[in-house]
Design a protein around this ligand. Structure first.
Ligand SMILES: Cc1cc2nc3c(=O)[nH]c(=O)nc-3n(C[C@H](O)[C@H](O)[C@H](O)COP(=O)(O)OP(=O)(O)OC[C@H]3O[C@@H](n4cnc5c(N)ncnc54)[C@H](O)[C@@H]3O)c2cc1C
Length: 509
């Protein structure tokens, strides 16, 4: 892209930057926009570059890899990516808010570390996030949906009336699935196409791709003094800024903090109390298919998707997490989470042929996972990146509560199928949503959290994090809208602090 730079000469400026952002996904792009438009000299360092580079350069694939352990059998493939625009190059754009109850104490809230903010605190930033992500959806939301003061920015265009009436007869109120909509493409919303161009040509911005931050440097005052950046071609520089923002994803951010251990931070930055990386959680889902009789509306529109918020808090009274059932009726497409492998072509062809006789009705349920300190990101002892630095090791076990909630979800799906008179019910494998949450949680106590309510790393006066790694609990919603809301909130906070002159001077060291 014309406005990105790949030569490290772009870093040779006479003055240090105000803010150095590491990562160009939704988090880094939205914070960057707010800072640049408010006159702050900002550098964004992105390890990856183009889609072509991602598809053809094995070194960047190796860089984005990690080691997975634990009984959840967490997938290493297609989970995180390194290119301009981040992992969100591969997202499907679903954009739901958290429920207010997610941010209030509930069975999965760690008692020693509750959320330090409320839904009302996030509400204005959710509105900004929905506007910038061009979220489309019905203005008639069910009474179970998270509350909102204004309609979604773009009106609903998809016809889900078939699912609405089928499920209403079964006593279930559904909503459409609010989705980020690109301006031109019919595919998915990409931040580098939709948001970056709005500020990319500003003289306040340097955006460097192919720039891998190998570690953050710090001094005896725990201030970050530089970001050590290197290219695969061997170029090396230290980038200096007054403030650093890690926007490196839910696995990338804790990995970089751990890689940055030094005499001043022997356990890694932000890790004086061994909190960095702990509490990793995801959104596993049960997936089912069944058959219902065809009628005109099962054939056209071709594919309809709906969700229900009705059962979101149902199982909390049993000490379990929230859930989000998803309904899809499509007679051509397999469900997007199902593996599209050549070896499955005969199976899929048979399934499609059967769909001519009976309509296929998919129900899946995404669940919230229990927060466990043992589910964590550490540094791998087996895998390294192209520089020889340890990659992340992601350990994920199911808690008893997770298995119980998956089972309760299966019971719910079977009950819903019975209510709509479906037959030939088949369960497919459990899938993960690729939502990388909770590894550097926010809180007021440095002994139980990594960042404070303003998202500043407790022990480092000039280092901030802002992605799904700061979520205290995971809810059952997709994270990126909340990530975008946090990014607006952090951008506003930094602009205010620069304006009032309360940002520390450039750190020496
Ligand atoms: C298949 C799939 C479908 C998804 N669907 C949805 C969905 O529908 N809705 C939803 O809400 N979410 C979805 N997600 C999740 C969504 O993609 C993430 O929540 C989102 O991308 C996180 O944004 P981020 O900016 O925090 O991190 P990322 O998008 O991961 O960006 C981080 C960037 O930081 C860079 N980086 C990391 N470390 C360094 C370093 N040391 N130096 C330089 N650069 C570095 C990486 O290269 C990367 O480009 C999906 C994900 C996948 C894989």
């Amino acid at each position: 892209m014309a406005h990105t730079r790949s030569s490290f000469d772009a870093l040779d400026t006479s003055e240090p930057f105000d803010v150095c952002i590491i990562g160009s996904g939704p988090t880094g792009t939205i914070i960057g926009k707010t800072l640049v438009e408010n006159g702050l000299r900002t550098v964004i360092l992105e390890a990856g570059s183009s889609m072509f580079n991602w598809l053809t350069d094995s070194r960047i694939k190796q860089y984005a890899d990690f080691e997975s352990t634990g009984n959840a059998d967490y997938p290493e493939k297609h989970t995180k990516a390194s290119l301009l625009g981040g992992t969100a190059n591969f997202w499907t754009g679903r954009c739901e808010r958290f429920h207010p109850a997610d941010l209030e104490p509930h069975p999965y809230t760690p008692p020693e570390n509750p959320w330090p903010i409320t839904y009302d605190d996030l509400d204005p930033y959710y509105e900004q996030a929905e506007r910038i992500m061009r979220v489309r959806g019905s203005s008639q939301r069910s009474s179970y949906s998270p509350p909102r003061k204004t309609p979604l920015p773009l009106p609903q265009t998809k016809d889900i009336s078939f699912l609405t009436s089928l499920l209403a007869d079964a006593g279930v109120e559904v909503d459409d699935s609010p989705t980020a909509i690109p301006r031109k493409s019919i595919r998915f919303f990409k931040v580098q196409k939709e948001i970056l161009p709005e500020f990319a040509d500003s003289p306040n911005l340097v955006l460097l791709t192919g720039a891998i931050v190998r570690r953050l440097l710090s001094n005896a005052d725990k201030m970050i003094t530089g970001a050590e950046v290197q290219s695969f071609g061997g170029e090396k520089k230290i980038v200096r800024a007054r403030v650093y923002v890690l926007a490196s994803g839910g696995i990338g951010a804790p990995r970089l903090l751990l890689l940055s251990r030094s005499e001043h931070h022997p356990n890694g930055i932000g890790n004086a109390y061994d909190r960095v990386g702990r509490g990793f959680n995801e959104h596993p889902a049960v997936n089912f298919y069944a058959q219902i009789p065809h009628q005109w509306k099962t054939i056209y529109p071709l594919s309809k998707i709906a969700r229900t918020h009705q059962f979101y808090n149902t199982y909390r009274s049993e000490g379990l997490g929230s859930i989000m059932p998803v309904f899809r009726q499509s007679w051509i497409l397999p469900h997007h989470n199902m593996p599209l492998k050549i070896s499955r072509i005969p199976h899929n062809a048979l399934a499609i042929a059967q769909r001519l006789l009976h309509a296929t009705f998919y129900i899946g349920v995404v669940i919230e996972m229990k927060i466990s300190d043992d589910n964590r990101v550490t540094l791998s002892e087996k895998k390294v990146d192209p520089f020889g630095d340890p990659l992340a090791r992601v350990h994920l076990d199911y808690a008893e509560e997770d298995l119980a909630l998956l089972e309760r979800s299966r019971e719910l799906v079977r009950d819903l199928y019975a209510r709509v008179g479906a037959s030939n019910i088949q369960e497919a494998q459990i899938t993960f949503s690729r939502h990388l949450q909770g590894t550097c949680r926010m809180g007021t106590n440095p002994r139980t959290s990594v960042v404070d309510p303003d998202l500043r790393v407790h022990e480092s006066p000039n280092l901030y994090l802002s992605g799904s790694e700061v979520f205290v609990t995971g809810g059952a919603m997709q994270p990126t809208l909340t990530i975008a809301a946090f990014a607006f909130r952090l951008g506003e906070h930094l602009v205010k602090r620069f304006k009032e002159g309360s940002i520390p001077a450039l750190a020496e060291g």
